[in-house]
Design a protein around this ligand. Structure first.
Ligand code: 13P
Length: 250
């Protein structure tokens, strides 16, 4: 049975004090849930977040990014070993904001995925089409090629440590959500793409999250679709109440 996952991507929000405040609020709302719950604070606050959540076995602290190299002259970057050394074992890779503002490509992301998996980290791999692609009916081609280019060099066994996150760029931070049907159609396509390469036995075990303006008001309907296994939440993950309302939508 594949896992239900709800992950909060805090992006470049919350300083140390704000991180403490939000985590304290999250802890007070934590109850055992069927879904795995994760939060991704900024790099500078990961250690503190990990310490604050040490006695909480529901919320996992994860990273928003990492570098592909193990160490060396990469000013400003963070390696898998550094993350692991502070208890962070899961990393988000390929977010559309990284692709757009930091010029990450399928090829550079393939290297990051390899580096994370080599250290036994779990990867939440993000991808999704832009509005123009959707308008021209090209969304499946784009998404299919993002997945193939970054992941299809992997052995089937690698997928036990991979979570996919479909985040249509036009739905991120815009308030415009993919309809539950649009999400389901794309998630079914993603699963079929995986199955064509690795078989349904593997594809059916990979959790596929939806991201893009998920809120308490729409989470239940989106998560109710058979191929939607959870969500990657931006804005709504910055409010404890909203985030747990989304977690509890399962
Ligand atoms: P929003 O939920 O703010 O649209 O952001 C989604 C996202 O980018 C999560 O990674």
């Amino acid at each position: 049975m594949r896992k239900h996952i709800v992950a909060g991507n805090w992006k470049m929000n919350n300083d140390l004090a704000e991180t403490e405040t939000l985590i304290t609020a999250l802890k007070s709302k934590t109850k055992t849930t069927d879904a795995e719950v994760m939060i991704a604070p900024a790099f500078t606050n990961l250690w503190q977040a990990y310490q604050t959540l040490k006695d909480n076995d529901v919320i996992e602290v994860i990273a928003q990014n990492m570098h592909a190299a193990t160490n060396g002259a990469y000013t400003g970057e963070i390696s898998a070993d550094m993350l692991k050394s502070i208890g962070v074992n899961t990393v988000i890779l390929g977010h559309s904001e990284r692709r757009e503002y930091f010029k990450e490509t399928d090829a550079s992301l393939a290297k990051k995925v390899d580096a994370a998996l080599a250290k036994d980290m779990r990867v939440i791999f993000c991808f999704g089409e832009e509005l123009a692609d959707r308008k021209s009916g090209n969304e499946e081609n784009i998404v299919g090629s993002q997945i193939k280019n970054a992941l299809f060099h992997l052995d089937a066994s690698a997928f036990k440590n991979i979570v996919l996150a479909y985040e249509p760029v036009w739905a991120i931070g815009t308030g415009e959500t993919a309809s539950p049907e649009q999400a389901q159609d794309m998630h079914a396509f993603i699963r079929k793409t995986l199955a064509d390469q690795y078989g349904y036995e593997i594809a059916n075990e990979v959790s596929i999250l939806y991201g893009g303006s998920v809120k308490p008001a729409n989470a239940k309907e989106i998560f109710g679709k058979p191929d939607v296994d959870g969500g990657l939440i931006g804005g709504a993950s910055l409010k404890a109440e909203d985030f747990f309302a989304i977690v509890n939508a399962f």
